[in-house]
Write a protein that binds this ligand. Structure first.
Ligand SMILES: CCCCC[C@H]1O[C@@H](O)C[C@@H]1SC[C@H](NC(=O)CC[C@H](N)C(=O)O)C(=O)NCC(=O)O
Length: 221
């Protein structure tokens, strides 16, 4: 069978959570990195970008857009989406939260230095006062190894991704969250994730000025 193919810039952005979900599910995927306006405009002209936007992924004979729609499809396809609707809605709540937090980081990369610093300080504050306390409580109340139904799900994958991303901004961010520290170790040791965390995997590095320049030049903003 042909592997899923991802179309995005050579960076994290909105595509990184899709890379994480595929990797955690043990699914090999290919990428076409959009580095020039010509590439982007060809995809648009060929009608392959629903709303003229990326992320776009080709999978199972479909051309999919919209990050959350893609993530939901993959979670369901690889049995990472709960055993019933009540578990699925919890997974959606948790992943909407971690996606909100990660998109704050992604967008900060495009701000001028002073504003970027303020935005990233706010990300760490939100993580420490809003998001991580919520997940610490969920783990405490639930008393299981995973966030939902004591089975590994998309919610666990994305929380680990968010924890690691915030730790890149402040390495001590989990100091007050002992259950999250244990969660991080546990989920990082899941073989498919452990492999994805090794150098040389398809995981993208934090956004740098080159990446910002390329995206700006392609999207003309
Ligand atoms: C470092 C991370 C990248 C930051 C920049 C990205 O975040 C977004 O704000 C823009 C890009 S991602 C690229 C952007 N894509 C989206 O905004 C998709 C939003 C959609 N709701 C989704 O979730 O997939 C894009 O194609 N824009 C062209 C344009 O709309 O005409």
């Amino acid at each position: 069978a042909t592997k899923p193919k991802l179309f995005y810039f050579r960076g994290r952005g909105r595509m990184e959570s899709i890379r994480w979900l595929l990797a955690a599910a043990g699914v090999e995927f290919e990428e076409e990195f959009i580095e020039t306006t010509e590439q982007y405009e060809k995809l648009q002209k060929d009608g392959r970008l629903l709303f003229g936007q990326v992320p776009m992924i080709e999978i199972d004979g479909m051309v999919l857009a919209q990050t959350r729609a893609i993530l939901s499809y993959l979670a369901a396809k690889y049995d990472l989406y709960g055993k019933d609707l009540k578990e699925t809605v919890r997974i959606n709540m948790y992943t909407d939260g971690t996606l909100d937090l990660m998109l704050m980081i992604a967008l900060a990369a495009f701000k001028p230095p002073a504003e970027k610093e303020q935005d990233l300080a706010l990300v760490v504050k939100r993580a420490k006062t809003r998001y991580f306390p919520a997940f610490e409580k969920i783990l405490k109340d639930h008393g299981e190894d995973f966030l939902v139904g004591n089975k590994f799900s998309w919610a666990d994958i994305q929380l680990l991704e968010a924890i690691l991303m915030v730790e890149e901004l402040d390495a001590s961010v989990l100091s007050d969250f002992s259950l999250l520290k244990a969660f991080k170790t546990r989920i990082s040791n899941i073989p498919t994730i452990k492999k994805f965390l090794q150098p040389g995997s398809q995981r993208q590095p934090p956004p740098d000025s080159h990446y910002v320049k390329v995206v700006r030049s392609i999207l003309h903003f």
